[in-house]
Design a protein around this ligand. Structure first.
Ligand SMILES: [Zn+2]
Length: 430
């Protein structure tokens, strides 16, 4: 189907680096193998399908340095979060990769990245390098405090990094219930065309939606005059206490099923991304990725992608002021709270009873979900409560929140099929 979205991806071209089924086994045959962990596998998939356009692979040193120092790629295009593949010196040596840069594609070492013991993608190593991780953390997160999860993530990386283009050779299988919701940027753009959407506002979420979220989306849809709202649920690394992924996705979808949004104006999707909690830098990154998905607008609320007290409440609103036009517009929202005088969920920019506001913060909603307390229909829809409790029973022994048992026993979001053999005369069947 022709994709007639007028909104171009970041850098102008949607990257897709997926080998054809015919080529895949041949490309992968005989290469040294490097097993990768969950988070790297997710980034490989994102790179290959163009979620991170215009990136074609993991960043080389000069690219990382430019992003860290200037928040731009080498070509000057805005980019805020390093996309990097860290590796131990030993794993590198085992794969036959030596430190240094190899500018010519013809003399590069290629390696096969494997995941769940199956072929995933080929990485053409353009450079094997080291980088000062403290310096990276300070610039990306504005702190080197070990209590910041993004800082810890950075400092715990291995010593070396491999940069270079990746080509997916074995597309992953997305498991239920996520299979209906995960779409590549190309597929999402096709979906928008089907729906007749040319203006789309993105809602980034890691939450089960309460009525405040619902109105935040409705408000953004009205103020942006968009054709539809894309719920882009972040499915990635989880920590205990987070909502389980299944509940987030199915609860958002239920908002449409239950008629709180017309069918033609609301779509739920997933993004496999590990939150960095980089506040304003991550807000910029979220905007770029949603632009690649075909969105024209992106919602930013209070403390977007923040953690603790590292960033100002509305840092994500301000960061765009000093950047060139990214080609995706920000829809800035203030807080939605429960107001007993307005008798419902009210908006900070409208309600005159600030002194009587009741936060719709996580703790209140958690108490409702965890049991006992029935919600006022004005705070959490009974339809949402029902689906969240169903998910808790079905996917996590009764809890809607991530537990160590969930992390251990859950069905993974993605599974890797077995890649067929290469049958050419040059390679032995693998
Ligand atoms: Zn009020």
């Amino acid at each position: 189907m022709a994709v007639d979205n007028t909104l171009s991806p970041h850098g102008g071209e949607l990257i897709e680096r997926v080998a054809s089924a015919n080529d895949a086994a041949h490309i992968a045959a005989g290469l040294p193998r490097i097993p990768v962990r969950d988070s790297i596998a997710r980034e490989v998939i994102n790179l290959a399908y163009g979620f991170f356009s215009p990136l074609e692979g993991f960043m080389v040193r000069s690219e990382v340095d430019s992003v860290v120092r200037n928040m731009t790629l080498n070509n000057g295009l805005v980019w805020s979060i390093p996309i990097i593949f860290d590796i131990s010196r030993r794993a590198m040596a085992e794969a036959g990769v030596t430190p240094g840069a190899t500018p010519e594609a013809t003399s590069r070492v290629s390696v096969l990245l494997t995941y769940q013991d199956q072929a995933l993608a080929v990485l053409e190593v353009a450079e094997a390098f080291s980088y000062d991780r403290e310096f990276m953390a300070q610039n990306v997160y504005g702190t080197t405090d070990r209590d910041h999860p993004g800082v810890t993530r950075t400092l715990e990386m291995e010593d070396m990094f491999l940069g270079g283009p990746v080509t997916l050779v074995n597309p992953p299988v997305i498991n239920p219930p996520f299979d209906r919701f995960w779409k590549t940027p190309r597929q999402l753009r096709e979906r928008f065309s089907e729906l007749g959407w040319s203006k789309v506002v993105a809602h980034q979420t890691r939450n089960v939606p309460h009525v405040g979220h619902e109105w935040m989306m409705k408000g953004a849809l009205l103020s942006s005059e968009a054709d539809g709202i894309l719920v882009s649920a972040v499915i990635g690394e989880k920590k205990p206490g987070d909502y389980i992924d299944e509940a987030i996705v199915l609860a958002h979808h239920r908002l449409r099923e239950a008629g709180f949004f017309l069918p033609g104006i609301h779509e739920t999707s997933t993004l496999m991304w590990d939150m960095r909690y980089a506040g304003p830098r991550e807000a910029v990154f979220h905007a770029i990725v949603r632009k690649n998905l075909g969105c024209s607008h992106h919602m930013f609320g209070r403390d977007h992608a923040g953690v603790g007290n590292y960033y100002e409440t509305y840092a994500a609103h301000k960061v765009f002021e000093n950047l060139p036009d990214l080609g995706i517009k920000s829809v800035l929202t203030l807080e939605w709270w429960y107001c007993p005088v307005c008798q419902g969920v009210a908006y900070e920019g409208l309600c005159g009873h600030r002194d009587q506001k009741q936060d719709l913060a996580g703790t209140v909603i958690r108490r409702i979900i965890d049991g006992g307390q029935e919600p006022a229909p004005t705070t959490l829809r009974s339809e949402i409560l029902e689906v969240v409790r169903e998910c808790a029973d079905k996917y996590n022994a009764g809890s809607a929140f991530v537990t160590p048992e969930y992390l251990e026993n859950r069905t993974p979001v993605i599974s890797m099929p077995t890649l067929g053999c290469c049958t050419c005369s040059e390679h032995q069947p693998v």
